[in-house]
Ligand binder design. Structure first.
Ligand code: ADP
Ligand code: MG
Length: 242
């Protein structure tokens, strides 16, 4: 049983079809990297998975939930599927602990002491225990992104989606965020991530999927794909190394 199953998904914005029949699945504990040029549909696909975008046809099942536009169903789905974006969007007026405790308290109704304990646990996981009382503007971009990941983990998701989470960071801060993601992967989290970090995709992702013009153009075990790209488009993409 796969944790994520995407079956023939078509998605248009107005007259423009941006996902042209995408199918892929991710087994529990596996990591899949989505790569491809800007505009190829990677973000749209991730957003469809946790219901941030609706799609016209096809089906998506994730962490035991069918993705439908139904609001109550979406709320449930989102407690099991975390998503982290390039922009971390922490609440500036809340400290790190409060940022992390917010969703477990509000969405899951977890009591304060339990939420605090969970916040301490996820902060330890991302290596930021000492920042629990800090405010976002006292943290580096890399630290803020690690807090954003911790905030997502506090909901105890079964699947994590990452959309270019290091793209806004200075190169010297990228490594610390990738290290957190690699640790999550090692700990068995099911992950689907969009990345420009080809070395990371090759090393950490079990499977890499190359998207091109709204379709999966090439996919396979990461090592094979990077060592032996079969299509000219993928070879071109790797050469350009965005
Ligand atoms: P990627 O993440 O691979 O760069 P996106 O999924 O963001 O690609 O975009 C795929 C295509 O969909 C692009 O042509 C983009 O312009 C278009 N698109 C994305 N979001 C919207 C939107 N909200 N409205 C209209 N077009 C969109
Ligand atoms: Mg994108």
């Amino acid at each position: 049983m796969s944790e994520v199953v995407i079956d023939q998904v078509h998605k248009s914005f107005g007259a423009v079809e941006v996902l042209k029949g995408v199918s892929l699945s991710v087994a529990p504990g596996e990591v899949t990297a989505l790569i491809g040029r800007s505009g190829s549909g990677k973000s749209t696909l991730l957003r469809c998975i946790n219901g941030l975008e609706q799609f016209q046809s096809g089906a998506i099942r994730v962490a035991g939930h069918d993705v439908t536009p139904d609001r109550a169903a979406l709320r449930k789905l989102r407690t099991d599927v975390g998503i982290v974006f390039q922009s971390y969007n922490l609440f500036p007026h809340l400290n790190v602990a409060e940022n992390i405790m917010l969703a477990p308290r509000r969405v899951k109704g977890v009591d304060k002491a339990t939420a605090r304990k969970k916040a301490e646990e996820v902060l330890a996981l991302v290596g930021l225990s000492e920042k629990i009382e800090a405010y976002p503007d006292q943290l580096s971009g890399g630290q803020q992104q690690r807090v954003a990941i911790a905030r997502s983990l506090a909901m105890q998701p079964k699947v994590m989606l990452f959309d270019e989470v290091t793209s806004a960071l200075d190169p010297e801060l990228t490594g610390e965020v990738l290290a957190v993601m690699e640790k999550l992967a090692r700990d068995g989290m099911t992950m689907l991530l969009v990345t420009h970090e080809m070395g990371f995709a090759r090393r950490v992702a079990n499977t890499t999927v190359f998207m091109h013009q709204g379709r999966i153009h090439e996919a396979g075990p990461s090592r094979d794909l990077f060592e032996n790209p079969k299509t000219p488009e993928m070879r071109q993409f790797l050469k350009a190394d965005v």
